[in-house]
Write a protein that binds this ligand. Structure first.
Ligand SMILES: Cc1cc2nc3c(=O)[nH]c(=O)nc-3n(C[C@H](O)[C@H](O)[C@H](O)COP(=O)(O)OP(=O)(O)OC[C@H]3O[C@@H](n4cnc5c(N)ncnc54)[C@H](O)[C@@H]3O)c2cc1C
Length: 674
C-alpha cells in the first residue's frame, strides 16, 4: 500500500467562509462567443446531470447528454421522496449556513472535506430560489411561505418538500430547462444510450464509447470535456431502494481508465424501508425519512409479545404503552426518532438481533413506525381550530388523518398498495435497507477526477457526505454540483480548449471501441448456463452478509475470496441470450453491469477491511464502545481512502492513497446524539 499523495484536492488556502468566493474569482472564463465551439458530454440526466446539462447549454456550450432510459424524466432521481435541505431559516429556529455545515460534517462523522461541505451549505439557499423560479410546487404554509420539515441528524426544520414526490417535481423542472435547450438544438439528447467506456488520449478525457440500446450500434463520441453524473451503486447489494437500472458501470470504466475511487465502502443503509418478505424479491421500497417527523419507532419490550406479533396472534394495537420500547427515544433522548440514518439503522438491527423483531420473515427483521400519536395530535389541534368542543376519538382520527394525508398521502398510499395494510390505522412495518452510496469517484474541489477533463457530479462522486449522508442532502448536493459549481469550475479547464478540434479519429477511440465490442462478444458467446440475476443475487448476498450494516475482519476476508470466486464463475458460466449484433437486449445490459459490480464489490470489501475503525455507515464490530456506538480512530483514519487501479493487474493489487482531512473550523469530537 502506498501513502504518497500524488494528486491535489485544489482546496483554496483562505479562511473557510471565503474559500468558494475567492476561488471563483481565480477561475478562468470562456467568453460567450467561444462557448458554442466547445462540446461537453454529460453522461446521466438525473438531477445532477440534468441540471448541469441545462446550465451548460444555457451558458452557450454545446452539450451531448446521455441516459439509458427512454427519457431524462425517468432517472432514478424521480423517486426521491422526502425533500431537499437548505439553510434558509424560514422557521426562525436559528438555522444558518454554519448550522447546516456543522450538521453535515458531524452527520458524516468527520470524514468529509470541510471546504466542500461549507460550499454546499452556502449554495443551498440558491438552489431553492432557482427551483421556485422554475416552478417547483414546494409545499407552502397557510401564509403562502415555503413550508419545511425536519430530517434526521438536525434540530432545525430545513427540508423543503413537495409532498412525498420532491424528486419528481425537481426533475420535471430540471427537465423543462433541458427541454428548452433541446428545442434550441444546444443539447443533443441521446436517450436509450449506455456509456460503455471512457476514451482518454495521453491520459486526458476526450470522449466516450456508447451503445445504442435500441439498435445495438456501438458509437464513438468526442468532446472537450466529459461530465459523469451516473448516480450511485447501491444495487451492488441486489436488493436496494435504488431504481432497478442504477449501476456503477460508467464510474467503474472511468476508474479503470485512471480515475481514482474514493471511500468505496461507505454505503448508506436507510432505516425505514418495507421489510424483506421473501427470497424471490428483486426490489425494496423506501418509506421516506420525513415520516420520522410524525412517526414513532418501537418494538415490544417482551420477547413473547414479539413472537405473538410475528405469528399474528397479537396486533400492534394490543401491546400496551408500558410494554412498548421506543428504543430511539430511550437511547437518544436528545434527537429521538430523528437520529441520523446510520444510528437508527443499527439500533433497529440491535433490537431484531436480540429477538424483538416483529416481522414474520426469514430473519424476523422488522420494527414498527407508528403514526397514531400524530393522527391524534393533529386531530385535536384541528378540532380546536374548528371550535369542536370535546371531539370524539373518531372525530380526532378523521381530522388528524386529513392532515397526515396532506403531508404524506402518496407514501401512505404506496405502503397500503404494497402491504395491503392501512398505515393510518395500524403502524407501518419497516426495516433498514441499502439506499445510497457516499463513496464514488474521487474529485478535487473543482469536481474534476484524477483524469484531466473528466468531471463527476451528484451521487457518483464522493465529495460531500463523509461516511454518512444526512437525509435530504443528496438532492441538495446533486443540484449544487449541476446548477452552481460545475458550470463555473469547468470553464477554468475549457478555457484552455477553445481552439482545440475534437474528433473520434484518434487510435484511442478505435481501441476503446474494439474493447467494448470484444466484451459484448465474450458475454454473448459465452455459452454458459446460468442467468445474470443468479450471479447478481449471489453477489448481493455476500455483500449484505459481510459488507453490509456491520462488518468484521473475518467476514471481509471471506467476502473478498467469495467475490473473486463468484467473478470467475460468472465469466465461465453466465448465459446471455441473443446475438452480438442484436439491438434491444436487456440481459446483455444487465450482464455488463453485474460484471462491473463483481469487481467493485471486491474493492468495497478491501476498503472496509483497511479501515480499522467504525465511522458513520461503516461499522466494524471490533471497534465499538461499550454501549455499541461507533468508535472512530482519528489518529490513524482521518483520511479519504483513494484507490488507484493498475492496468492489467487484478483488483486486489489496487493502490490506496490517503487524502488527509484537516478540520480547522469545527472541533473533531465523538459524535453523539444522546
Ligand atoms: C427511494 C429513494 C428516495 C430518495 N429520497 C431522497 C430525498 O427525499 N432527498 C434526497 O436528498 N435524496 C433522496 N434520495 C437520494 C437521491 O434521490 C439520489 O441520490 C439522487 O437523485 C441521485 O441523483 P443523480 O443525478 O446523481 O443520479 P440519478 O438520478 O441516479 O441519475 C443517473 C443518471 O445516469 C444515467 N446513467 C447511469 N449510467 C449510465 C451509463 N453507463 N450510460 C448512460 N447513462 C447512464 C441514468 O440514465 C440517469 O439518467 C432518495 C433515493 C431513493 C432511492
Amino acid at each position: 500500500m502506498k501513502n504518497s499523495f500524488k494528486f491535489h484536492s485544489e482546496i483554496p488556502v483562505t479562511s473557510l467562509t471565503h474559500k468558494w468566493i475567492d476561488h471563483k474569482s481565480t477561475l478562468k472564463l470562456v467568453s460567450p462567443n467561444n462557448r458554442s465551439n466547445i462540446e461537453i458530454i454529460v453522461v446521466g440526466t438525473g438531477l445532477a446531470g440534468g441540471s448541469a446539462a441545462a446550465s451548460l447549454s444555457e451558458l452557450g456550450y454545446r452539450v451531448k447528454a446521455f441516459c439509458y432510459q427512454d427519457s431524462p424524466r425517468r432517472a432514478h432521481s424521480v423517486a426521491a421522496q422526502g425533500g431537499i435541505n437548505a439553510s434558509k431559516n424560514y422557521k426562525g429556529d436559528n438555522d444558518s449556513i454554519y448550522q447546516l455545515f456543522y450538521d453535515t460534517i458531524k452527520g458524516g462523522d468527520y470524514r468529509s472535506r470541510e471546504a466542500n461541505v461549507y460550499r454546499l451549505a452556502e449554495i443551498s439557499s440558491n438552489i431553492i430560489d432557482q427551483c421556485v423560479a422554475q416552478g417547483v410546487p414546494f409545499a407552502r404554509d397557510y401564509a403562502g411561505y415555503l413550508e419545511t420539515r425536519s430530517f434526521g441528524g438536525t434540530k432545525v426544520s430545513r427540508t423543503f418538500y413537495a409532498k412525498g414526490q420532491t424528486g419528481q417535481q425537481l426533475l420535471l423542472a430540471c427537465y423543462s430547462s433541458m427541454a428548452r435547450q433541446i428545442g434550441k438544438g444546444r443539447i443533443k439528447m441521446y436517450n436509450r444510450h449506455e456509456m460503455l467506456d471512457l476514451v482518454t488520449v495521453d491520459g486526458v478525457a476526450k470522449g466516450i464509447i456508447a451503445r445504442n440500446l435500441i439498435s445495438g450500434k456501438i458509437e464513438k463520441h468526442a468532446a472537450h470535456a466529459i461530465v459523469i453524473a451516473s448516480g450511485g451503486y447501491g444495487n451492488i447489494f441486489f436488493l436496494s431502494t435504488n431504481a432497478m437500472g442504477s449501476n456503477a458501470s460508467a464510474i467503474w470504466k472511468v476508474h479503470k481508465k485512471g480515475g481514482f475511487f474514493a471511500n468505496p465502502c461507505y454505503t448508506q443503509i436507510h432505516p425505514t424501508c418495507i421489510p424483506i418478505h421473501g427470497n424471490y424479491q428483486s426490489k425494496l421500497t423506501l418509506m421516506s425519512e420525513s415520516l420520522r417527523n410524525d412517526g414513532r419507532i418501537w418494538v415490544p419490550n417482551k420477547l413473547e409479545d414479539a413472537v405473538f406479533l410475528r405469528n399474528g396472534s397479537k396486533k400492534p394495537e394490543d401491546i400496551s404503552e408500558e410494554n412498548r420500547d421506543y428504543y430511539l427515544e430511550r437511547r437518544y433522548p436528545s434527537f429521538g426518532n430523528l437520529v441520523p440514518r446510520d444510528v437508527a439503522s443499527r439500533a433497529a438491527k440491535e433490537r431484531c438481533d436480540k429477538g424483538f423483531g416483529i416481522e414474520n420473515n426469514e430473519n424476523k427483521e422488522g420494527v414498527f413506525l407508528d403514526f397514531s400519536f400524530s393522527v391524534e395530535k393533529y386531530g385535536k389541534e384541528k378540532a380546536n381550530e374548528l371550535g369542536i368542543q370535546q371531539p370524539s376519538s373518531l372525530d380526532k382520527k378523521k381530522l388528524g388523518k386529513k392532515i397526515m394525508e396532506s403531508k404524506y398521502g402518496n407514501l401512505f398510499h404506496m405502503y397500503e398498495k404494497i402491504t395491503n395494510k392501512d398505515p393510518y390505522k395500524t403502524p407501518m412495518k419497516i426495516y433498514p435497507a441499502v439506499h445510497y452510496t457516499m463513496g464514488g469517484l474521487w474529485v478535487d474541489y473543482n469536481l474534476m477526477t484524477s483524469i484531466p477533463g473528466c468531471y463527476v457530479i451528484g451521487e457518483a462522486n464522493f465529495s460531500d457526505h463523509g461516511s454518512n449522508r444526512l437525509g435530504a442532502s443528496a438532492l441538495m448536493q446533486g443540484l449544487a454540483d449541476g446548477y452552481f459549481i460545475l458550470p463555473y469550475t469547468i470553464a477554468d479547464y475549457l478555457s484552455k480548449c477553445i481552439t482545440e478540434k475534437i474528433s473520434t479519429k484518434h487510435i484511442a477511440f478505435q481501441q476503446a471501441e474494439k474493447n467494448v465490442k470484444n466484451r459484448i462478444q465474450k458475454l454473448i458467446q459465452n455459452n454458459g448456463n446460468m442467468p445474470v440475476d443468479f450471479f447478481h443475487k449471489k453477489l448481493g448476498n455476500i455483500m449484505w452478509k459481510y459488507v453490509g450494516m456491520s462488518r468484521n475482519h473475518i467476514g471481509l476476508c471471506k467476502a473478498i475470496k467469495n467475490i473473486q470466486e463468484l467473478r470467475y464463475e460468472f465469466w465461465k458460466n453466465v448465459f446471455v441470450p441473443g446475438y452480438v449484433d442484436d439491438g434491444l437486449n436487456s440481459e446483455l445490459e444487465k450482464a455488463g453491469r453485474v460484471a462491473d459490480f463483481l469487481e467493485l464489490g471486491e474493492l468495497m470489501a478491501m476498503d472496509a477491511l483497511n479501515r480499522k475503525e467504525s465511522c458513520g455507515s461503516h461499522f466494524r464490530e471490533e471497534y465499538q464502545t461499550k454501549e455499541g456506538e461507533a468508535l472512530r480512530d482519528d489518529v490513524h483514519y482521518k483520511y479519504v481512502s483513494v484507490w488507484e487501479y493498475r492496468k492489467n493487474y487484478p483488483i486486489s493489487d489496487e493502490i490506496m492513497h490517503k487524502e488527509d482531512l484537516n478540520f480547522t473550523f469545527v472541533k473533531v469530537q465523538s459524535r453523539s446524539y444522546k
